[in-house]
Design a protein. Structure first.
Lengths: 392, 392
């Protein structure tokens, strides 16, 4: 349609403004944004902010949490004092308060300086860059298979949650209160580390008890790959998380948030592009294809097959692979150690399979939503072949 | 071409990988990036990194400066110690050293947390958000017209440069050495504040003397609008700045840097998209049109006319407007005060002219590169009309 086409032309470099056309364009985009994003919104999250990429989505969602925290303290987010206005310009409190965001070891949330301060997966991302002194808690490390280690894994949840509470207390005393918690539903880059629904339910409760917001980063896990549109839907949270960020498969970055999180003043969260209308058209088509071809059902079907067969392989070859885990086709397993992983990867490559790694000894599956049972079989045959070759 | 088209399809959500196609795509994009960006690169800046937006361009360019600074200190940027690796994960020095970036009051460099720490234009951008304790110097405030206030303005340069040197010393003693300086060629959002070529030459010298890099933020001033492709070309710097960021008119964010700034390890600066191949095609066409229609010449011609007429108006109506300034069509003038500005803006709107503001009492011109003399006349007539109405 012509209004959409306009966005590709209005470069501000070679086209003059035309107010009527602009207004028509804005109306079209606004209704498109609503239509496209709200149809796949997490339950009870009716607000969406579009951004460019995952990092700036997390940066701005964190800003949202700071605004919300200060509003609770101050009673509003409109009556800024003269002192706040003045000190904010020079980076000093009270205008720029010393608030913090609690994050988890082995997390990955992006590589701009704010997002990097809550990222702890690899040294190469962080070396040489100054970072905020913010609290970092341990994320559960489960023993597998889950159904044989329930008691121990429950204790692991409790250990990590106790640390979260201690850190919130510690940073409050330190004068850097925790305004929000940022967490991945499955720590992807950190090694496909998962945590139980109960862990997330309790984490949300701790956040609420401490006036902190909960931001769930679904940049990797979002858009159907775990067998639900959003991975945190598995957690049965009693109320929605305060914010959910997305990017990657969603084509454009951004985040959903609850109505309560909305700042009173406009332009508190703003930038030049606020997303990309061109990508919106691609996303619209991606979501159409996902619905028409029932791709989330497909993910569940193929994921189940992959999971079953991987279980068989880990029981058959416990000296090579273990800790099969994940949801949908967002699956991973561990090699016995990092050397074994390297051997497996090379053998798989010889057999025509390119596969990614995460953490220190994990191998991760990240097929597209269109991945079929036939292709899953090809992969599983190759994996069996690679294991046999490694053991030979 | 089919390889380019592939980038619009490879959403990772619905299309499977195909290695040969992917390789062809990467080769095509790589040569496109080189061809498109290098033809308009600032002199002697042969490296380009593409990003998504202005904020993440500045964030990553700052990271580049931190890497470069630590390399000078350490002697290399490959042999990280065990302690550096370990502490970096927890945001602590020496892995995450307490380095700083020097910025200027009234600057604007973006609204992610790192970019915000070097932004000081408006409280609304910064309130409630924690920021790094980094040094902030005053940017020159000139008296106009320039040719009648040369002596005073020279002193203003020296005053600001002396402050830069003091702050570098102060933050070195504070244990937060300055790794880089970030500056706009014309402080755009802060009020179209300009500084002399000599100011920038001396600033570069101070940076060099202190092992700090110089990052010139051309997000607003880049891409021809000042009458040169890059505004800092007016400054006759003896050597190129270390980094130059761009976005907006360039369609895609990113930065140029000198060969010396290149990190030894790959993936030090990296993210999911590293720019947007789709936007590259639009930029290619924008640059073609700019060349075919000689739009930079046009900017110079129309800019000269605007400047001349604005000078006449300020001499004719000194109680209404003053301090006409700028380069190309990137021009601004001050209203007598902020109330007068409001009146002028409203009268201009009644006369069919929408115009932007910056700083506390400035009115800024930001026409597209295609803005013609005929349209400049329409604007100037309306401005004269608005001034007359305000005085009536």
């Amino acid at each position: 349609m012509p209004q959409i086409a306009f966005c590709f032309l209005n470069t501000n470099a070679i086209v003059l403004d035309n107010d009527r056309l602009k207004l028509a364009f804005i109306r079209t985009i606004n209704s498109k944004v609503r239509m496209i994003f709200i149809q796949v919104a997490p339950p009870q999250m009716s607000n969406v902010v579009t951004m460019m990429c995952g990092a700036c989505s997390n940066e701005n969602a964190m800003k949202h949490m700071f605004i919300s925290y200060q509003r609770k303290i101050r009673g509003n987010d409109t009556d800024y004092t003269e002192t706040e206005m003045k000190t904010s310009i020079t980076n000093l409190p009270p205008g720029c308060p010393e608030l913090s965001i609690l994050s988890f070891y082995e997390s990955f949330h992006g590589r701009t300086l704010g997002a990097l301060s809550v990222t702890h997966s690899k040294a190469i991302h962080k070396l040489d860059f100054p970072a905020f002194d913010w609290p970092i808690a341990h994320f559960p490390k489960y023993k597998y298979p889950l159904n044989e280690n329930m008691c121990e894994n429950d204790k692991e949840d409790d250990r990590c949650l106790a640390e979260v509470e201690e850190l919130i207390e510690k940073y409050r005393k330190k004068g850097k209160p925790v305004a929000g918690i940022i967490v991945e539903p499955i720590q992807a880059e950190g090694g496909d580390n998962e945590a139980s629904p109960i862990f997330f339910q309790k984490l949300q409760l701790i956040a609420k008890q401490n006036s902190a917001s909960l931001l769930i980063d679904e940049v990797q896990t979002g858009c159907g790959v775990t067998g639900k549109m959003w991975c945190h839907e598995y957690f049965n949270l009693p109320t929605p998380p305060d914010l959910v960020t997305f990017s990657k498969k969603m084509q454009v970055g951004g985040y959903y948030h609850t109505a309560e999180m909305k700042p009173s003043l406009s332009y508190r969260i703003f930038n030049t592009w606020m997303g990309d209308p061109g990508k919106l058209l691609i996303l619209e088509e991606v979501l159409n294809v996902m619905q028409q071809e029932k791709l989330i059902e497909n993910v569940n079907k193929v994921g189940k097959k992959l999971m079953n067969e991987l279980f068989h392989l880990q029981y058959e070859f416990p000296s090579v692979i273990n800790s099969v885990r994940g949801r949908g086709t967002f699956l991973a397993f561990n090699a016995a150690d990092s050397k074994m992983r390297q051997k497996l990867i090379l053998k798989l490559q010889e057999l025509g399979i390119n596969i990614g790694v995460c953490g220190e000894r994990s191998i991760r599956l990240r097929p597209a939503l269109t991945f079929q049972e036939r292709q899953a079989s090809m992969f599983l045959d190759a994996l069996r072949g690679a294991i046999t070759l490694v053991l030979a």
